[in-house]
Design a protein around this ligand. Structure first.
Ligand SMILES: [Zn+2]
Length: 174
């Protein structure tokens, strides 16, 4: 396993709409790639990582949501390949961050309930309904695959402040 370098804001690949992924063509390298992406994501306490965040042009992302009940703490792992929204409902404004813009937190609107179709790491078609953090993670990661970032949803006044904040934060990124 290997921790990959996370691409930071300013790299053009974060603004790229990623290519439809041919599951069969990727099948052999997929297990290692997913392990690397999960390890990279966990190493920085992220809840999701898209392929372009490690410099790859695949419509692929991993989602790792911490789950806990009274007895156990565990992780809900979802690998999404070629995902598409079937439905989005509701709206909630909450603070969000991104591993490609570390240290920046911005309040943006997201749908509260989503239904997503995708292919999983075994090549199986899946349809998942999600709420809460998982719904947010689906929206954040699928945006990455379309070259969008969470800061795009900020209102114009906030965008000016964000630009200044990014200038301040950039020297701390590597
Ligand atoms: Zn992100």
């Amino acid at each position: 396993m290997a921790i990959r370098k996370i691409v930071k804001y300013g790299d053009p690949i974060l603004r790229q709409k990623l290519k439809h992924t041919d599951y069969e063509a990727l099948r052999e390298e997929l297990p290692q790639l997913i392990k690397d992406m999960e390890e990279t994501c966990l190493s920085v306490h992220g809840v999701g990582l898209a392929a372009n965040q490690i410099g790859l042009d695949y419509r692929l992302a991993v989602i790792l949501i911490p789950e806990s009940d009274k007895k156990n703490a565990s992780l809900k792992r979802i690998v999404i390949i070629n995902p598409e929204f079937e439905d989005k409902q509701g709206e909630l404004v909450e603070e969000e961050g991104c591993l490609s813009l570390p240290g920046l937190w911005v309040e943006i609107p997201r749908a509260t309930d989503v239904t997503v179709r995708f292919v999983d790491e075994n090549g199986q078609p899946r349809r998942v309904r999600a709420r809460g953090l998982l719904a947010k993670a689906f929206q954040h990661e699928i945006d990455h695959l379309d070259g969008k970032l969470f800061i795009d949803y900020a209102d114009p006044v906030l965008k000016t402040a964000i630009k200044k904040e990014i200038k301040k934060l950039r020297p701390t990124w590597n």
